[in-house]
Ligand binder design. Structure first.
Ligand SMILES: NC(=O)C1=CN([C@@H]2O[C@H](COP(=O)(O)OP(=O)(O)OC[C@H]3O[C@@H](n4cnc5c(N)ncnc54)[C@H](OP(=O)(O)O)[C@@H]3O)[C@@H](O)[C@H]2O)C=CC1
Ligand SMILES: O=C(O)[C@@H]1CCC=N1
Length: 265
């Protein structure tokens, strides 16, 4: 448990998922978290849980030691600019989860502040995020604090900032790709006889099992696939048909399309 006061500026999809994760993990007490947005009606559940819900960013920033900015890339500059004099660089750290805005850019907007970039995904709400972190001017104490926090909200890895856009695609967009894969499995499962609820359980638990095999056993996916593919069997017949239809290629092209969207706009 951390006693640090945390302000989340921008309580949208990701900001509120971070608040939920901080609460569920026990990393923070509800009263130590403040979350802001202009329309606070959507934050009723967090408010009911004891989180401080605010429209006033300045008040939230003043009362915090850790500020997490979860605004959209198109308004983060304007909003941080407005509050740049409210920050206290001697006592605070700024963590940005904003896509495509560099540490240098953010540190220019809020002079003197140590900025950390973090790229979590929405599974942070249930402590299952993959979070990529980049540090530049953070002190060792700040670095340890941020790393520990995101490790308690899933798994955290430190990367070179030049890989942050790639991390956004693989880790943050990746949740959506995985869910679309699961949805396709559910659709197939229904076509071969399952009701939607049962197909959904089987598809989701099977994907979870596949992921856990790689994480716990540290094996290569193809080594695990070899254990499933009986010669002349149904698995290899299905897998090969998927590849004939461009399965791996479509995923790789989707990943590079997402990446190009961040890098080229
Ligand atoms: N969603 C995801 O899975 C991930 C998102 N990201 C990044 O995180 C950031 C947030 O994304 P996401 O949560 O999806 O976006 P959302 O649009 O859901 O959240 C942004 C929130 O900011 C609030 N906001 C806008 N202006 C202000 C302001 N002046 N003061 C306070 N709050 C404000 C908006 O609410 P209101 O209009 O009521 O003020 C909105 O809810 C983006 O930069 C995104 O790229 C990174 C990884 C994963
Ligand atoms: O789609 C987006 O732009 C954001 C960034 C990563 C996840 N969602």
């Amino acid at each position: 448990m951390s006693a640090k006061k945390i302000a989340i500026i921008g309580g949208g999809n990701l900001g509120s998922a971070i608040a939920q994760g901080l609460l569920k993990s026990g990393f923070s007490q509800a009263g130590d978290i403040t979350i802001t947005k202009r329309n606070t009606d959507t934050l009723v559940a967090l408010k009911d849980a004891g989180v401080q819900v605010e429209k006033d960013n300045a008040k939230a920033i003043r009362g915090a030691e850790v500020i997490i900015v979860a605004l959209k890339p198109y308004n983060v500059r304007e909003v941080l600019q407005e509050y740049s004099t409210v920050f206290d660089p001697a006592k605070q750290i700024l963590i940005s989860v904003v896509t495509g805005v560099s540490i240098d850019d953010l540190e220019r907007i809020v002079p003197g502040m140590a900025v950390v970039r973090a790229m979590p995904n929405t599974a942070i709400a249930i402590q299952e995020s993959m979070t990529c972190l980049s540090f530049k001017h953070a002190t060792p104490e700040q670095t340890n604090f941020v790393t520990d926090m995101f490790n308690q909200l899933g798994a955290a890895v430190t990367i070179d900032e030049k890989l942050m856009d790639a991390a956004t695609v693989l880790g943050a967009c990746g949740i959506a790709y995985a869910l679309r894969f699961i949805r396709a499995n559910i659709q197939g499962g229904i076509e071969i006889g399952f009701d939607a609820r049962t197909a959904s359980l089987i598809a989701a638990q099977t994907v979870k099992g596949a992921a856990e095999l790689l994480i716990r056993e540290k094996t290569h996916p193809e080594a695990e696939i070899d254990k499933v593919t009986t010669p002349k069997g149904c698995t290899i017949a299905g897998l090969n048909e998927m590849e004939h239809q461009g399965f791996s290629s479509s995923l790789i092209k989707g990943i590079t399309a997402s990446y190009d969207k961040i890098v080229k706009g």
